[in-house]
Design a protein around this ligand. Structure first.
Ligand SMILES: NS(=O)(=O)c1nc2c(F)c(F)c(F)c(F)c2s1
Ligand SMILES: [Zn+2]
Length: 234
């Protein structure tokens, strides 16, 4: 008899180290479109981003993250009440197999990837870290990515990936980049109170997931996958 050792790593074990992961508003979720209520009279969601400032692309160990380095920006309206949120960073989630990389699913369907623009509530809190622990502390714009035509704005980051192949690597670039160009043309969205999708899984995120996917080229998906540390989608 060969002893079988089953090593369980991943979401099922997160609750041991991060009790929040056992919470009542955990993300990601499957968006069941038939059960989503219409937006009613929510005010429009508005955003303004700084374009010309130095940004850093970092390899946190799963995919890549772009730090906004504190430059000004604003996200307000929609489900965010009267608070103003500021863009802290944006990052991506890709799958190891095309068509399976997104975190959220829509009617059970996964997409090739998912971009997250992470904002924090500057009306109520004094730092990102403080806000990240509060139920109304963060607002994340989720953009579903599907394979299609090349995305020029995203390419400003993808072309830097060969320089951050290892966890902890970081490159700073000053090429003008408008995060608003990462969003879909039509801005209809689903929103729900949720959490960080990776440990510590804190229940501090107002999720705003755009309905319309954004297209990226197969080559851009491949580049994201090959400059991918650990090769798994956290
Ligand atoms: N994938 S996510 O929900 O947008 C998201 N997760 C995390 C996370 F785990 C962190 F530790 C963190 F500092 C973040 F800023 C985010 S942002
Ligand atoms: Zn994310």
């Amino acid at each position: 008899l060969v002893p079988v050792v089953i090593l369980i790593v991943g979401p099922a074990t997160w609750v041991e180290k991060f009790p929040e992961a056992r919470g009542t508003r955990q993300s990601p979720v499957d968006i069941v479109t038939s059960r989503a209520s219409s937006g009613g009279s929510a005010p429009p969601l508005v955003w303004r981003y700084s374009v010309n400032h130095p940004r850093s692309v970092v390899n946190p160990g799963y995919c890549w993250r772009v730090d906004e380095n504190g430059y000004d920006s604003e996200l307000r309206g929609g489900p965010l009440g009267s608070d103003v949120y500021k863009l802290q960073q944006w990052h991506c989630h890709w799958g190891s197999v095309n068509g399976e990389g997104s975190e959220h699913t829509v009617d059970g369907r996964a997409f090739s990837g998912e971009l997250h623009l992470v904002h924090w509530n500057t009306s109520k809190y004094n730092s990102f870290t403080e806000a990240a622990g509060q139920p109304d502390g963060l607002a994340v714009l989720g953009v579903l990515l599907m394979v299609g035509s090349k995305h020029d704005e995203l390419d400003k980051v993808v072309r830097l990936l060969p320089y951050i192949q290892h966890k902890g690597d970081k490159v700073t670039f000053s090429e003008p980049l408008n995060p608003a160009n990462l969003l879909p043309k039509r801005i209809a969205y689903w929103t729900y109170p949720g959490s960080l999708t990776t440990p510590p899984c804190t229940e501090s995120v107002t999720w705003i997931l755009f309905k319309e996917p954004v297209q990226v080229s197969a080559e851009q998906v491949r580049l994201n996958l090959c400059y991918y540390v650990n090769g798994k989608n956290v």
